[in-house]
Design a protein around this ligand. Structure first.
Ligand code: FE2
Length: 187
């Protein structure tokens, strides 16, 4: 069977899933089908050799992103304040979950996602994400809202103090990890 990944078709399927009785679960199913064919996604989106946060859709009800994480990156704790469906199609994402405590945050669990895994996060999740491998990792993240337009929080990785989410801080972490990756591989 020949399959293809097409951004417009995928986004349309996600938008249709939002009209189901359980939108997050329906989106998770759409995402699971898409990441079952990772080479199709690579053909459509390219096989990135630097970090990437590519927006495929942004509306008040839906944000669809391709994330490519550099080797060794560790992103500080943050929240989303909307449900998220995460589908990994290359490499892995190690999640650490946190809960609020009077002093800031306490670790409440973890989840390792590897290529082919899809998971749902509720709208109250606080997590930190790391790529533990020596290769770039690739995923599609679907959020049940406007990921870029929603006020949310991040936490200092050392003090665990809550701060307003700062997209530039994310870029700095990813840029640093990119530089480290290219240094280590001689690129
Ligand atoms: Fe996140």
């Amino acid at each position: 069977m020949t399959t293809t990944f097409d951004v417009d078709t995928f986004v349309a399927e996600c938008e249709a899933a939002l009209r189901e009785s359980q939108p997050a679960l329906a989106v998770k199913e759409v995402l699971a089908q898409a990441i079952a064919n990772p080479s199709d996604i690579d053909r459509a989106l390219g096989d990135a050799a630097k970090w990437e946060m590519r927006s495929m859709c942004r509306s008040s009800a839906l944000t669809v992103l391709q994330f490519v994480w550099p080797p060794g990156v560790e992103l500080f704790p943050h929240d989303h304040r909307m449900w998220a469906a995460i589908g990994v199609y290359g490499g892995g994402e190690d999640n650490t979950f946190f809960r609020r405590v009077p002093e800031g945050l306490a670790v409440s669990g973890g989840k390792q996602l590897r290529a082919g895994d899809v998971t749902l996060f509720g709208d109250d999740v606080i997590h930190a994400v790391a790529n533990p491998s020596r290769a770039y990792t690739a995923a599609i993240h679907v959020y049940g809202g406007d990921y870029f337009g929603t006020h949310r929080s991040q936490w200092d990785p050392t003090t665990l103090r809550e701060e307003p989410f700062d997209a530039e801080a994310v870029r700095r972490v990813l840029d640093d990890a990119d530089r480290g990756a290219h240094h280590n591989t001689g690129l």
